[in-house]
Design a protein around this ligand. Structure first.
Ligand SMILES: [Zn+2]
Length: 242
């Protein structure tokens, strides 16, 4: 086995599971996130759209599908970010679905093993992107799986060039995040994007970044401290993010 590069740290704010349970209060300012990475995904205070961090800039895809530059003082209730360094690259052509993309990247991840985190950046020409965002919520907040039944907004983009911002989490991460892949999309013209459900990739290049360190920042509030995490949230996670 080849030597792994120096440890790079995945920084995570709160848990995907706290988001599932309706905890949308922003805790980490965008400015602080930028100190922890230049690449990543997440959401904003009050579940106000999808977060994309690319090349050190942070974008919001709002509930109208518009891409807006996030302000440094905005806060996030959940995010995963890190400093992207390219370990390996892979050329991709004629990928007809997200499942097929997962199969190709699975092959690649197997070479180091599935028990690390991986950042995946894929720039290319996409025939199709099927994505979503969501509308900002009002208090009292409902669970994420309830919110997505009514306030999820879906988009279909045809013939667009842009970047997939991806994170792979190992199977043992189940209580803190979602095992497997999570992709967001941002077009080169910074006009469209979102959380990706499906795609067709005509041609592109994937870059992989292995992450072996994990830093978790929990919100400091008695509300967060008293969330009941004892129920199994796997089904809700699958429904919301799948
Ligand atoms: Zn997402």
């Amino acid at each position: 086995m080849e030597r792994l590069s120096h440890g790079r740290t995945l920084f995570q704010a709160a848990l995907l599971q706290s988001l599932i349970l309706g905890h949308y209060d922003g805790a980490v300012p965008v400015k602080d996130l930028k100190g922890q990475g230049d690449f990543g995904i997440g959401t904003f205070d009050a579940l106000n759209g999808e977060l994309i961090m690319l090349e050190g800039r942070v974008y919001q895809v709002n509930g109208q599908g518009k891409v807006i530059k996030a302000e440094d003082h905005w806060k996030v209730p959940f995010a995963d970010v890190f400093f992207f360094e390219t370990d390996r690259t892979l050329s991709l052509k004629d990928i007809s679905s997200l499942d097929e993309l997962r199969e190709r990247t699975d092959d690649f991840i197997k070479s180091w093993g599935p028990n690390y985190f991986y950042g995946i950046r894929i720039h290319g020409a996409f025939d199709k992107i099927y994505a979503r965002s969501e509308k900002a919520q009002q208090k009292p907040y409902q669970r994420l799986d309830e919110v997505m039944k009514k306030d999820q907004v879906e988009f279909h983009f045809a013939h667009t060039e842009g970047t997939l911002i991806g994170l792979y989490c190992p199977s043992f991460i189940g209580g803190l995040n979602m095992p497997g892949y999570h992709f967001h999309y941002l077009s080169d013209d910074r006009k469209v994007g979102g959380h990706v459900f499906d795609l067709c990739l005509k041609e592109g290049k994937a870059e992989f970044c292995l992450l072996s360190d994990f830093k978790l920042k929990l919100p400091r509030s008695s509300r967060f401290g008293k969330i009941d995490f004892t129920g199994n949230l796997d089904e809700a996670v699958k429904k919301v993010e799948g």
